[in-house]
Design a protein around this ligand. Structure first.
Ligand SMILES: CC(C)(COP(=O)(O)OP(=O)(O)OC[C@H]1O[C@@H](n2cnc3c(N)ncnc32)[C@H](O)[C@@H]1OP(=O)(O)O)[C@@H](O)C(=O)NCCC(=O)NCCS
Length: 181
């Protein structure tokens, strides 16, 4: 689906949050690659499961057409600096919920971009009768966990030793959910 664009001015930075469009595909491919290399908080190391511009064009098309998908980008003028996706599972037994994911370029952390991408996604979900949002987050990603809790997500479970990071240690993943009663 598509969401209406919103303008923000936070800590001296102007940015827009809007639905992804076809011509964002090239930048999205590059930004995803960069963000994957900036922390170990995402599932992939830099370059793994690479999505090229044509792949993003397809995702944008699907997310625009499907009723329980939403692809938002945060743009500073014409530069994409972060994005989020809500993805529905198109089985009747999962027809009430979507999975959420978000990432922001490190250079643009602390401007409320992650928070506003999530807020806009929650507003969209609530307005469209979506009863549940779910997500997975690395247990050590304190900032993301705090953000999710602040916006109404609860911890639902723990996946023990879910990931192995570059230090050779195993890390737990927290499963979180936000129910719209
Ligand atoms: C997690 C992420 C999306 C947050 O986005 P952001 O734009 O940097 O965060 P925001 O500026 O919107 O801040 C959101 C909240 O994070 C929390 N936060 C920010 N800095 C923090 C810090 N140093 N310690 C703890 N919490 C912090 C606060 O709750 C803040 O809300 P507030 O502004 O009301 O105080 C971003 O850091 C990111 O993309 N990280 C790498 C990828 C990632 O971890 N994605 C999530 C995977 S589940």
């Amino acid at each position: 689906m598509l969401a209406n664009p919103q303008e923000f001015y936070i800590n001296g930075l102007n940015y827009t949050i809007r639905s992804a469009i076809d011509k964002d595909a090239k930048q999205l491919s590059e930004v995803r690659l960069q963000i994957d290399g900036e922390t170990e908080n995402m599932d992939r190391e830099r370059g793994e499961a690479f999505i090229d511009p044509a792949g993003f064009e397809q995702i944008i098309k699907t997310d625009t057409e499907k009723p329980r998908n939403l692809f938002l980008v945060a743009a500073v003028q014409d530069r994409i600096v972060g994005f989020s996706r809500c993805e529905g599972v198109y089985l009747k037994r999962f027809s009430h919920k979507v999975e959420f994911g978000v990432c922001v370029l490190k250079e643009f952390w602390g401007y409320g971009i992650g928070k506003n991408l999530l807020k806009e996604s929650i507003a969209w979900a609530d307005a469209n009768g979506i009863k549940k949002m779910t997500l997975n987050v690395l247990e050590t990603n304190d900032k993301a966990v705090e953000l999710y809790k602040k916006l109404g997500f609860e911890v639902e479970g723990l996946l023990k030793n879910d990931k192995i990071l570059s230090d050779g240690n195993y890390y737990n993943t927290i499963v979180m959910g936000r129910c719209n009663e």
